[in-house]
Design a protein around this ligand. Sequence first.
Ligand SMILES: [Zn+2]
Ligand SMILES: [Zn+2]
Length: 324
Amino acid sequence: MPNSSGPSAQDFAQFMASLPRSEIDRVNALNRAEAETQHKAFSEAFKAGKCSFCGGALTSFDASKPCRHWLLKPEGVRKEHIEKLATQLSWGNLENYVRWVANEEAFAQNINDLADEGTGKLLELTVKYENIAWSFSCSDTDLAGHEGGGDHSKVPHWHFQMYVDNKPFVRYNDYHLPLSTEDAGILELMRANPGKVHRRIAGGTGMNEVLHESMLEHVITKGRSGEDEKEVDRAPFKLDTIVVAEPGTTMRGDDIHNLIQAARAEGVTATSKLRELKNVSVHTMVSAGPGVVHQAPRSKRKKRRERGAEKHERARAEQQKRDS
Ligand SMILES: [Zn+2]
Ligand SMILES: [Zn+2]
């Protein structure tokens, strides 16, 4: 059990919080460089059908050698194998891996880690690749340990779900997976500093990072309109634009129509074109488009013993919303 000895999650979180900014930046840069190297090796191997971690084929399976590529469900992998792997590697390594896999298919849109599409848990995201969807979940009560799942649920743990061909292969409530001390520490840091801890994963960019404020201008100026219905259905973003005429002026519908046509012809976003209008203000809302994978909600059905804790948690989430 990873948490039975060594520093506790609280120790780790306190240690992280106590580091000076310069030290955090230095460690982050080192980690990032290492992650980038690893990601490069992963991506090259993946494109060749190979696993950079074990050196085997992505379709290979040896029950005695647990490896991240089991998450791709090679022939022979069963539920208990996933439990073994997830127990050994904890949440962080597995999330990192499936993010890399997802981005091999399409950039960011297969990774829905948007907080406002979740239910307020510390950790909730769904990642997709081809016919497989993986979901990760950890609430305050999971991190603290709760009753209702034997000894495994009483220690800091997380929940995992895996769907293959839209059918459940692993369900959230199948196991209570132990968190490594480091992973528990990161979640503890997130719990103690709501909204302040940002995780950036080299090669694993998801929608949360893409829809970050600092990226919006890039989406508007560098994005392009969907050419046909099919492309619109797969779009990673949705831009809603409101054009308001300044007081005392009027807008011509024809001007707007012409600019939208021009945007389509030039392959740029309508929003970027509408900014050419004189005497108007242009407001744009950028949100996740129809091409973004949906988050798989964790079932609300709970054992009676767990229900009290859940209610408490939800009340806290609402409180936070009111405060902000
Ligand atoms: Zn492997
Ligand atoms: Zn739990």
